[in-house]
Design a protein. Structure first.
Length: 285
């Protein structure tokens, strides 16, 4: 740690703190995630080791880059490239939501990050605005792999029992206690994020697990009265709907990310081929 000068706290999580630091020799800015004492607490140890193992395996432009790791006085330290802001910061600055083009560009990169994890058979399990870092030039970097895990083969009969991640982005199967969930939980969270980017408001801000289910059921019950917009030409080609003044790219909402049945949700790799990204007038590749 002596090689780095601390410039202040940037984040505080359940299992440690994240400090902005400068490498004394090179001047490079980094974020150092310092876990709590991991020898006494088995959960901290498990989360730290899992994050280290997965991040060493996962290298991608849209994933935060792990630079070095050490353990000192029973604490793990993870050094990352420093990223200027999070999606939460952008949403706080834009309470009415981000414009469609910005949302689309962010969404595309988030999908690339998650598709890459899924290709490696890893589910992130905690996709939320705080964990979407945005660097200069609006490059998305997904972070926080403390809850991520490798999927077991269906034949292993693996069940996942340690899921505690953020409620607002939790898929219905998690809320009802299904322990055999999979990649579709990340797709649900991405669907929630998209709507939050477009409106500035969390889609399902439940204040308890039960309330979370009510939020979701209420929204799906209202689908019958959804109205298509035809007058906004750029949006209508994407088959957009309005729900309580919320603009929703319908294809995402109804056929893809936010399906109640996880089996019916699209795969991230399919979503990357969605007209939202491939149509000439919207092409961002
Ligand atoms: N590389 C980074 N650059 C800048 N800020 C970062 C970086 N990594 C993390 N942060 C900030 O620190 C916060 C906490 O980081 P992270 O989510 O990895 O820690 P955590 O202890 O797992 O938190 P939580 O309990 O909220 O999941 C992030 O939400 C982000 O604001």
């Amino acid at each position: 740690m002596e090689r780095y000068e601390s410039l202040g706290l940037v984040g505080e999580g359940s299992y440690g703190t994240v400090l902005k630091c400068r490498h004394r020799e090179s001047g490079r800015l980094v974020a150092i995630k310092k876990f709590m004492d991991s020898d006494d607490d088995k959960t901290v140890k498990k989360i730290a080791l899992r994050e280290i193992k997965l991040l060493r395996q996962l290298r991608h432009d849209n994933l935060v880059n792990l630079l070095e790791v050490w353990k000192r006085r029973r604490r793990w330290y993870l050094v990352f490239e420093f990223v200027e802001r999070t999606l939460l910061d952008d949403l706080e600055k834009n309470p009415n939501g981000l414009d469609l083009n910005t949302s689309r560009q962010y969404l595309y990169q988030i999908l690339r990050a998650v598709a890459f994890c899924h290709q490696q058979n890893i589910i992130h399990r905690d996709i939320k605005p705080e964990n979407i870092l945005i660097s200069q030039g609006d490059l998305i970097k997904l972070c926080d792999f403390g809850f991520a895990r490798t999927m077991t083969m269906p034949t292993d009969g693996g069940v996942y029992t340690d899921y505690v991640a953020t409620r607002w982005y939790r898929a219905p199967e998690l809320l009802v206690g299904d322990t055999k969930y999979g990649k579709p939980v990340d797709v649900w969270a991405v669907g929630c994020l998209l709507l939050e980017m477009l409106t500035g408001q969390p889609l399902f801000p439940g204040d308890s697990d039960l309330d979370q289910i009510f939020h979701i059921v209420r929204c799906f019950g209202k689908q019958i009265s959804l109205v298509k917009i035809s007058k906004i030409s750029t949006l209508s080609t994407l088959n957009v709907i309005v729900l309580n003044n919320t603009v929703i790219p319908w294809c995402f909402h109804s056929q893809n990310c936010l399906q109640m049945d996880p089996e019916s949700r699209a795969h991230c790799s399919e979503l990357l081929d969605h007209p939202l990204f491939t149509q000439d007038s919207f092409n961002i590749r």
